[in-house]
Design a protein around this ligand. Structure first.
Ligand SMILES: [Zn+2]
Length: 154
């Protein structure tokens, strides 16, 4: 992969430490996956990460997430599977139909965390993105929480 694309890639990754999710802070497609333009084509960020770290993706295989966080580009959270593996994996995790909540990681949050997220947001000192980073979820998940779209009965 071209050096300048690799440079661009790293500019858009929020890399905390080696074991946690590395969050893509660049553009996202509407399925929650990060993406980036390469040779005038939109490529998925986790696939780019795979290529940077491990080389080409064998034909017919897909890059899947062990952590179930589509924004994550940490190579140690990725694995290669067939399309069928990926579908089975998604089905097992119950997110093939109702993507929204799960795709942006809201399901990782516990009920007890919700009041403090809303309280912090109401102070105006934290952006959705700040809070998302703090809690390891996408800003969309935080937006839904502070707007009482998700975790309604808390
Ligand atoms: Zn991850």
């Amino acid at each position: 992969m071209d050096e300048r694309y690799i440079k661009n890639f790293w500019k858009k990754v929020d890399k905390k430490d080696n074991s946690s999710c590395w969050i893509w802070i660049g553009a996202h497609c509407n399925h929650g996956y990060g993406h980036m333009r390469i040779n005038n084509k939109m490529k998925m960020a986790h696939r780019i990460s795979w290529i940077i770290h491990f080389g080409d993706i064998p034909e017919g295989l897909e890059v899947c997430h062990k952590c179930d966080n589509p924004e994550c580009v940490n190579p140690s959270h990725l694995f290669l599977g067939t399309h069928q593996d990926n579908m089975d994996d998604k089905k097992r995790k119950g997110r093939n139909k109702s993507l929204q909540g799960e795709m942006n990681g809201a399901s990782k949050l516990k009920n007890y965390q919700i009041p403090s997220i809303r309280e912090k947001y109401s102070t105006g000192k934290y952006s959705l993105r700040d809070l998302g980073r703090e809690y390891g979820v996408g800003f969309e998940a935080i937006r839904r929480i502070v707007n009482h779209i998700s975790f309604k009965n808390i």
